[in-house]
Design a protein around this ligand. Structure first.
Ligand SMILES: *[C@@H]1O[C@H](CO)[C@@H](O)[C@H](O)[C@H]1NC(C)=O
Ligand SMILES: *[C@@H]1O[C@H](CO)[C@@H](O)[C@H](O)[C@H]1NC(C)=O
Length: 821
């Protein structure tokens, strides 16, 4: 920093200090001479009338002499700086003396003049040395200096400044220069050949326009006078720009966020870089650098404004954040780079996707609650609550959905299932996320409930009652039982089985049979009311499940009476040779009880309600028969004219429809004594009429039997021939079937009714096994033959094929049947 003193001539200072001493010495040496020399020294710029020297005293001249001698000052150039005051003998300053004007740069400056005296003429030489006074400050030619320096100027660069000028001499003249401040520059003086000094400014530290564009310096030139004087010049330096600054991004990392699906042109963020330079050196353009492939299609960076905008499709589900390098470059080619990180904000733009991992589309109805039916996966690619998914089911179904683990759900049964109530469920799974607004998706699974044999066959009632009129046709269908099973298919396939019991000591199956498929109950034989009035049995209905379920029902069969029994005469006993006769005394009164016809009827009710009538009599007027009780009484007084032998024919009739009757012959003897009776009754035993008719009946019987025999032989031969032809035909038409024509014929049940006229052959169906659900046989009816199928699986189960028609006689039969129980 310092102040620089320039010692221009160090020796002069001493000289100036001694000037007065020398002056006196010189004056004393010249004192006695006419041409004496006197020397004074005064500083310049003394005010007028300032004392210079006591001339008279110094030269030893009397003041009176000066007056008389008309002492005066003589100068050659007639300029008078000094005045002589005669009456005092002193010299004073007459005019202001400027040394610099008088002597310029000369280091010694003196005024020379003569003091002239007349009478006698005397010349005294006076030298007044003018001593420099520091009355001039150093002066620069201009008080302002303007410089333009590039900031790229290197240290050591020199800039010549104007020098200052100080007209003073010696120490009073220019001694030193100072430059303030000295941040960038120092001063250097260069000695020129003409001994003048050049002032130079040397660049010490590099300039920076960006820090300080204008620099003001003050150059001070100082002299060595006392007081010191100085002059200054202002130096204005304008620092010129150089492209020495690279652009600088305002942030090391820019972070921004953008919602996915933002439309093209959406502003994401603005990046900016500043360049401290000026003009084109500060013009920055932006670009993306080192970007991954495809990124440039998604974002666009405006090179001039630094705005980052969307230019492509942003999908959170593909990329959650983007990172790219950005670059700022000025026109001078300097660059800066930064990073831009763009977070993508999720939008709820994806519905949950339901996929079925496993699903059994049918379950048995006995599935326990909590059984897993399906496992589903629900996936929502959105993030956060937009991807939080809830699953629910449609209402009122016995299922629930539970989350087994993240994104996996299991569909389980919640309660027991029942195929009979609902055989199928449509399970709609709804998956919805928690976005605002939420998105959802549904999936419908159709679940079939498989049947399990969980329902027993149901007869609907606990017992059946049926009525059948006796003497029915064997094979007659009495009634039908019917059980329903709520299950499906095989589980609902009901087979009816007759439970073995005994009726009157005989197996029930000898009375009735049950069609295992239809449940129709057939009479196996003709029933006889007189043997059994009613009976009951059980029929079991069994389904085809495994294991099978069954239920049973009681069937009560009531046999209704038919008038199939004629009255039977118990008394009087009928015998061909009987001579039994009732005796009536001739003295018998009117209303005498001769005898009583006793008859019974095996039928019951009306059919057994008997009435008696007198059919024939020897004398109709003599006897009468009680129609209700069968008592034979006399109806008038027996007279002597009445024959001993009286023959009565009494008919006993029941009340059936049609009625049946029996006749009885009653022999009555009207006599007073037994021998009379005997003689009379001998011809009762050899009744001519009776023998004649007996002979006739015998001949007729023989003829009929012979005829029937011939007819039978013819019929037998025809039947044999016919069957042989039929079997031939069957072989031809069924050769490819696994069917064996069999000689098996169901047992024929024949029953001869009480009337002796009914004989029916009836083939019927029997279910022989009860334990298997496999007893499935289809009918094969080639023509009209009875066939047996042999089960290919070897099962013992057999079904007897029912022959194709019911006996024709049935229609003619007088038997009536209540066909439903
Ligand atoms: C289940 O859906 C199917 C098809 O829409 C329809 O036919 C069926 O009736 C539905 N079943 C139930 C039990 O609703
Ligand atoms: C018939 O059914 C009854 C109940 O209805 C049952 O108690 C009985 O054991 C069954 N009989 C047979 C032989 O299955």
């Amino acid at each position: 920093m310092g102040l620089i003193r320039l010692k221009i001539e160090p020796s002069k200072t001493k000289w100036i200090m001694k000037w007065q001493v020398q002056c006196f010495i010189v004056s004393l040496c010249c004192l006695k001479s006419v041409f004496s020399n006197v020397r004074y020294s005064i500083p310049e710029e003394m005010t007028k009338s300032s004392f210079v020297g006591n001339f008279a005293q110094d030269l030893g001249i009397d003041i009176k002499r000066l007056v008389t001698g008309k002492a005066r000052i003589f100068t050659e150039d007639s300029r008078e700086y000094i005045e002589l005051i005669r009456d005092k003998g002193i010299l004073v300053v007459k005019e202001r003396i400027d040394r610099e004007e008088l002597c310029g740069e000369a280091s010694l400056c003196a005024i020379h003049f003569q003091i002239v005296l007349d009478n006698p003429i005397e010349f005294h030489r006076v030298t007044v040395e003018i001593i420099d006074v520091n009355d001039n400050a150093p002066v620069f030619p201009n008080n302002e200096l303007r410089l333009e320096i590039s900031e790229s100027a290197l240290p050591g660069a020199r800039f010549v400044l104007e020098s200052a000028v100080d007209p003073d001499v010696g120490v009073n003249t220019l001694q030193s220069y100072t430059l303030r401040p000295t941040d960038n520059f120092i001063l250097q003086l260069q000695s020129q050949p003409d001994s003048s000094k050049h002032v130079e400014m040397v660049l010490q530290t590099q300039l920076d326009r960006e820090k300080q564009e204008e620099i003001s310096l003050l150059l001070t030139a100082a002299d060595g006078g006392d007081p010191q004087m100085s002059g200054t010049v202002k130096i204005h330096i304008t620092v010129l720009d150089a492209n020495d600054n690279a652009p600088v991004f305002t942030q090391r990392i820019y972070k921004a966020s953008i919602a996915e699906n933002a439309i093209k042109g959406t502003l994401v963020t603005t990046v900016s870089a500043s360049d401290d330079d000026k003009g084109t050196n500060a013009h920055v353009t932006y670009s993306l650098s080192h970007i991954k492939e495809g990124l440039g299609e998604i974002f666009y960076l405006d090179p001039n404004t630094g705005e980052v905008k969307v230019s492509g499709q942003i999908d959170f589900e593909k990329t959650k954040h983007y990172q790219m390098n950005i670059q700022a470059k000025d026109d001078g080619g300097l660059i800066d780079s930064s990073k831009l990180v763009i977070e993508v904000i999720d939008i709820n733009d994806n519905s949950p996707v339901i996929s079925v991992m496993s699903f059994s589309n049918s379950v048995p109805e006995d599935t326990l609650p909590g059984t897993v039916i399906a496992v589903i996966n629900v996936h929502d690619p959105d993030a956060g609550s937009n991807g939080h998914v809830h699953c629910s089911l449609n209402e009122n179904i016995p299922f629930k959905v539970t989350s087994s683990s993240n994104r996996f759900y299991s569909l389980t049964t919640e309660s027991n299932l029942d195929r009979e109530t609902q055989p199928e469920y449509n399970i709609t799974i709804t998956a919805s996320d928690e976005g605002v607004p939420p998105l959802s998706n549904t999936l419908t699974l159709t679940l079939k409930i498989l049947d399990v044999n969980d329902n027993v066959p149901d007869f609907g009632k606990s017992s059946y009652k049926a009525h059948v009129i006796e003497n029915n046709t064997p094979g007659l269908s009495i009634c039908a039982v019917m059980a329903s099973d709520a299950d499906l298919n095989q589980n609902a396939r009901v087979t009816y089985i007759l439970e073995e019991t005994t009726v009157n000591g005989a197996p029930v199956s000898s009375y009735i049979s049950v069609n295992c498929e239809s449940g129709v109950i057939h009479a196996v034989r003709s029933l006889d009311y007189e043997q059994i009035h009613d009976f009951q049995f059980r029929v079991k209905a069994q389904d085809g499940g495994s294991p099978p379920l069954s239920s049973n029902v009681t069937i009560q069969i009531y046999i209704q009476d038919q008038n199939d029994n004629s009255p039977q005469i118990l008394y009087p006993v009928q015998s061909g040779v009987s001579l039994v006769a009732e005796m009536v005394a001739r003295s018998a009164d009117v209303g005498y009880l001769v005898t009583k016809v006793v008859a019974v009827d095996a039928d019951s009710g009306q059919n057994a309600w008997l009435s008696y009538k007198l059919l024939k009599a020897t004398d109709r007027a003599l006897f009468e028969v009680g129609s209700q009780n069968g008592e034979i009484r006399t109806s008038r007084q027996v007279s002597d004219k009445d024959a001993v032998k009286q023959r009565l024919v009494v008919v006993v009739e029941d009340n059936g429809q049609p009625s049946r009757s029996a006749t009885v012959n009653v022999n009555v003897a009207v006599a007073d004594s037994f021998p009379e009776v005997l003689s009379e009754f001998s011809d009762f035993t050899h009744d001519k009429d009776y023998n004649d008719s007996l002979t006739f009946y015998l001949v007729l019987s023989l003829a009929v039997v012979s005829f029937l025999f011939i007819v039978s032989v013819i019929v037998l031969v025809s039947v044999k021939v016919y069957r042989w032809r039929q079997s031939r035909l069957f072989y031809k038409s069924n050769g490819n079937l696994p069917v064996i024509p069999s000689a098996y014929y169901p047992p024929r049940y024949a029953d001869v009714g009480a009337t002796g006229t009914l004989q029916h052959v009836y083939n019927y169906e029997v279910c022989m096994t009860t334990d298997s659900g496999k007893s499935e046989y289809r009918y094969i009816r080639p023509v009209s033959q009875n066939l047996v199928n042999v089960d290919p699986s070897g099962s013992e189960t057999m079904r007897h094929v029912e022959k194709d028609k019911m006996p024709v006689e049935n229609t003619e039969s007088s038997v009536e049947v209540s066909s439903y129980c």
